[in-house]
Design a protein around this ligand. Structure first.
Ligand code: ADP
Length: 349
């Protein structure tokens, strides 16, 4: 996730919530993508480090646990930039030009000059981010599948260009994880440096913002994970509702109402029943319904808010956790980078 400051409910429901569950099942690597922040915000980066710390605090408060998972800041592990440089040598420019988000985002962010190498290349930096850890899976939503596909193509191209033949004895001495897809042909094993990862499609419901559009920092329609209870109450009062419910006496439909979407995620069955019944019969007004949504949301966010407040009081501890995460990430990234450099011939084994 890019360091955009405080995380909002969309980031939480669309990504973080799943990650917290994945860490119990897999060895996970999560990082704050600070290099990526510069791909669009190079002209006014602001305090990227401070924003990274805020994201780290929100990650930890939401339940990412450094005892179970590796959490770090991208630029603290220099191999990300190094592998990206290596990949640039053999990646055809059209591969990047045809990534669907390239043209889309240039259109959407017209006020910024994105005719830069950094912006064109960011999916390739992502490929390096991923492949450094030789993962089996990349947990993403549907919108990122094209980037994982590019990552697979880059891995394939690297492996084809820089094949390394090893003897069966050498291969046998390697742990399983290291010996990726070995092809046996007349007693010679070919070892691939980068196995192709698969996308692990995680459910990523699009959470609506206060104005009914997708909740997004760039629309200014967000509720932050760490907003104070009263602020959440106030913000919800301004949230759009079922457009068919113009007057208090008009019946509405929670299934087409952004507030209804919040109820579905954060309210109890009991409250949901009251919402469906009251809204459809015009038995309740939207203000009352929004009050209940705020109750559900506040109850859910309370533990996150209090953990975040504790962490904010000790910024040194968060910095130390990130440094420790970077050390653990580098323990994997460094040998992988070394192996890639050996395969290319920049180093000797
Ligand atoms: P923003 O639009 O606020 O800049 P990002 O695009 O940086 O947010 O999103 C970071 C992560 O959060 C991505 O994995 C994205 O899919 C998820 N995400 C962002 N907004 C939402 C939303 N409204 N609903 C669901 N997921 C979202």
């Amino acid at each position: 996730m890019r360091p955009t400051g405080r995380l909002h409910l969309g980031n939480y429901m669309g990504a973080l919530y799943n990650w917290v569950r994945l860490q119990d099942e897999y060895d996970c690597y999560f990082f704050i993508a600070d290099w990526h922040a510069l791909t669009t915000d190079y002209a006014r980066p602001g305090d990227v480090h401070g924003k990274s710390l805020s994201v780290a605090i929100d990650f930890l408060a939401a339940g990412l646990d450094p005892a179970k998972t590796v959490l770090f800041k991208q630029s603290d592990v220099p191999q990300h930039a190094a592998l990206y440089t290596l990949f640039q040598m053999f990646t055809p420019v059209p591969w990047l030009e045809r990534v669907p988000t390239y043209k889309d985002q240039q259109e959407q962010l017209r006020e910024k000059d994105l005719a830069t190498i950094g912006f064109l290349g960011y999916p390739l930096l992502q490929a390096a981010d991923i492949l450094l850890y030789k993962p089996k899976f990349v947990p993403v939503g549907q919108d990122q599948v094209a980037h994982v596909e590019l990552t697979r193509e880059v891995a394939r191209r690297f492996n084809q260009l820089y094949r390394s033949a090893v003897t069966p004895e050498v291969a046998a001495a390697k742990p399983d994880k290291e010996l990726m897809k070995a092809e046996i042909s007349e007693n010679v094993l070919e070892e691939v440096t980068f196995p192709e990862p698969d996308a692990l499609l995680t459910p990523s419901p699009k959470l609506p913002g206060l104005d009914g559009r997708k909740m997004s920092k760039s629309y200014g329609n967000t509720i932050a994970l760490t907003d104070a209870p009263d602020d959440i109450r106030k913000k919800l009062k301004t949230m759009v509702t079922d457009p068919a419910r113009v007057r208090r006496t008009d019946p509405g439909n929670p299934d087409v109402c952004p507030v209804g979407d919040l109820h579905k995620l954060f309210s109890s069955q009991e409250t949901m029943a009251k919402v469906y019944d009251g809204c459809r019969t015009a038995g309740i007004g939207c203000i009352e319904c929004k009050g209940w949504a705020a109750d559900g949301l506040n109850e859910h966010l309370e533990p996150i808010r209090s953990r975040a407040a504790e962490l904010e009081a000790q910024p040194g501890r968060v910095e130390e956790l990130l440094r420790d995460g970077a050390r653990r990430a580098a323990a994997v990234a460094e040998p992988a980078m070394h192996e890639a450099m050996v395969a290319v011939g920049l180093r000797r084994a």
